[in-house]
Ligand binder design. Structure first.
Ligand code: TPU
Ligand code: MG
Length: 590
């Protein structure tokens, strides 16, 4: 059987026919090998896995493909997050788990990939097809005869969930799921029974037509561009705002072109930090309502036309609903539709829209009013003073030194907690990248996600800022960085608790058991690892530790930075009180 899914784009149709013609109907491969080829063809060099008897034959089959390495994780939650981090650097990722006991843990990370718009392919082994309908109770299940629940649960957190039940349908279902992930930039789920991974199916073509984003409806696109360009042209103070979905939907370059064509000020939302160069003359800062970077919010809020590209306005990013551009002033560009002052244009895809609008904007004179306004009112940030090297370490001194470790080849990854706000305050030189999981906000995300990211970007300097509370959720995954000799720099902020929660609402539940975080590295090293665990309780100790970390290339370096429990950013204090107020709103009366 050939793969016969109907292609959705012109380019896809050409590739599809090339694929079909070059594929001999007689050639067969195992389902596991078919899947491995597809993973390779979509650009994966690794997949993440935790073994279990429902997936062992599948793992064997995947291992036979020497171009996609199998990478192991300590548990399935971490496995999913590692894939999520890998997808950030690589564009897509895959992870393989066992039935229920593994998959249900991975689901949390897959939900993160959904919220963060990342195409992660979750592959789960499942029971032998002979047991389905045979009245057999099976291990790793609910102890009932229902073997559909996992597939049904997966549908809520993926854009496509398929269960293979016969070898002949495997190529179709695998391709369908992978295509959905790449086109929608969302996770998908593929279930493969343990007795089918080694079964034969038709061979994959040399390359599948997976990579195209769908095309906009031409009339709707033209109408949206006309409306948006008229809206921007008549504005006195136009402004562009980069949103978190910009990268997932391929719009970063088109956004920059549009910005340069319009010539206006450009702000970024927190999760879009790094999507527009901070050294660009049009950059006016990070917009987060009342806790924006200096000088930014006044310019954003006084703009009379804001084009928000791929934004997410939620309770956190609007600072407890205290700041959200008014609909009548906004061009809101979603991944698959555009709203101009409240009028919606459907089937208009983000990248095509921004590209077409940039072309139109190039024909009119630019309007730099918001850049000028920002430059007039901006307060030049003075570099933070160096603290007394022997004084107890402060948050400000820690950040000053971390800033010094960031160059144009750095990816700064920040965990939920005050690390978010510390990260927002860091300057990114051209080429530096920033990763955050602010829509889903699962503490512990960053450790496995950093592991996955570092594998996908081996030539970058990876710097992680993570709080003590978050670290305790997924700390084991540092051992995989040790295992694979990844020179990640981890700044572990030990402030003895859940400080972000303290600022929202305090209580005894925000105190945590202290750990010897630096000491944990010796446990992970055991007899064969080369991770370093260092302690910094003063500026001098931190400076020495940073130098050692920069020079250490054969494993991760964890620097435990001890600071006071209440030593947090002023932005967290204000943001926390506003989020608390939003959480505490009384129920409305009918
Ligand atoms: O810097 P800091 O102290 O704020 O960060 P740390 O120590 O990592 O504390 C984070 C505290 C925190 C919690 C407990 N932030 N959000 N939460 C709520 C939460 C609980 N469980 C999950 C899986 N994710 C969450 N965001
Ligand atoms: Mg903490």
């Amino acid at each position: 059987m050939l793969t016969t899914t109907r292609p959705r784009t012109k380019q896809a149709a050409q590739q599809h026919s090339a694929t079909a013609n070059s594929n001999s109907p007689a050639s067969t491969v195992t389902i596991g090998s078919y899947l491995a080829t597809r993973l390779e063809q979509i650009g994966l060099k690794h997949h993440f896995a935790v073994a279990g008897d429902y997936n062992l034959v599948l793992l064997d089959q995947l291992l036979l493909n020497g171009n996609v390495s199998q990478v192991y994780c300590c548990n399935e939650l971490n496995c999913g997050f590692a894939a999520e981090g890998y997808a950030r650097a690589n564009g897509a990722a895959a992870c393989v788990v066992t039935y229920t006991v593994g998959a249900l843990s991975a689901f949390n990370a897959i939900a993160s990939a959904y919220a963060e718009s990342l195409p992660v392919i979750l592959i789960s082994g499942s029971p032998n097809t002979n047991d389905l309908g045979a009245g057999h109770l099976l291990h790793h299940t609910l102890g009932t005869l229902n073997f559909r629940y996992q597939l049904e649960m997966a549908r809520h957190i993926t854009c496509e969930a398929v269960a293979i039940t016969h070898p002949e349908e495997a190529p179709f279902l695998i391709d369908k799921a992978i295509r959905a992930a790449l086109q929608n930039r969302k996770p998908v789920y593929i279930e493969i029974p343990c007795n089918l991974s080694g079964a034969l199916c038709s061979a994959p073509g040399p390359r599948a037509s997976f990579l195209e984003l769908p095309e906009s409806d031409p009339a709707s696109l033209a109408a949206a561009v006309d409306a948006a360009s008229a809206f921007l042209r008549k504005a006195v103070r136009p402004l562009l705002l980069a949103g978190p979905r910009l990268r997932s939907y391929g719009g970063v370059n088109a956004f920059r072109e549009l910005a340069e064509a319009v010539g206006c000020g450009v702000a970024v939302m927190p999760s879009a930090k790094g999507f527009f160069p901070e050294e660009h003359t049009q950059f006016i800062g990070l917009y987060l309502g009342s806790v924006s970077s200096p000088g930014c919010s006044a310019v954003v809020e006084s703009a009379d036309a804001v084009l928000a590209a791929g934004p997410i306005f939620n309770d956190y990013t609007t600072v407890g609903w205290s700041s959200q551009p008014a609909v009548h002033k906004t061009i809101h560009v979603d991944p698959d539709r555009v709203h101009v002052a409240g009028v919606t244009y459907n089937d208009v895809f983000l990248r095509e829209f921004l590209t077409a609008l940039a072309e139109t904007a190039k024909k009119s004179p630019g309007n730099p009013a918001t850049v000028t306004q920002f430059q007039r009112t901006r307060v030049e940030a003075c570099p933070p003073a160096r603290a007394d090297p022997d004084a107890p370490l402060t948050r400000a001194e820690m950040c000053r030194q971390i800033q010094g470790a960031i160059n144009g080849n750095t990816t700064l990854i920040v965990e939920t907690g005050d690390s978010w706000f510390n990260g927002f305050n860091m300057a990114l030189p051209d080429g530096a990248e920033f990763e955050i999981e602010m829509q889903y906000g699962h503490i512990g995300w960053s450790v496995p996600a950093t592991f996955g990211y570092a594998l996908a970007a081996p030539d970058r300097r990876i710097v992680l800022m993570v709080g003590d509370g978050s670290f305790q959720l997924t700390a084991q995954e540092v051992c995989q960085m040790v295992r694979l000799n990844l020179p990640v720099m981890i700044f572990l902020v030990n402030n003895r608790g859940y400080t972000i929660e303290v600022e929202i609402h305090d209580g005894p539940y925000n105190n945590i058991k202290n750990w010897d975080y630096a000491g944990i590295m010796a446990i992970f090293n055991s007899t064969d690892g080369d991770g370093r665990g260092l302690r910094a309780a003063t500026g001098k100790e931190l400076a020495g530790a940073v130098q050692e970390a920069l020079a250490h290339k054969t494993g991760p370096t964890l620097i435990e930075c001890t600071i006071d429990r209440d030593d947090c950013t002023k932005q967290l204090m204000e943001w926390g009180s506003r989020v608390a107020a939003a959480n505490g709103r009384p129920p409305q009366r009918a």
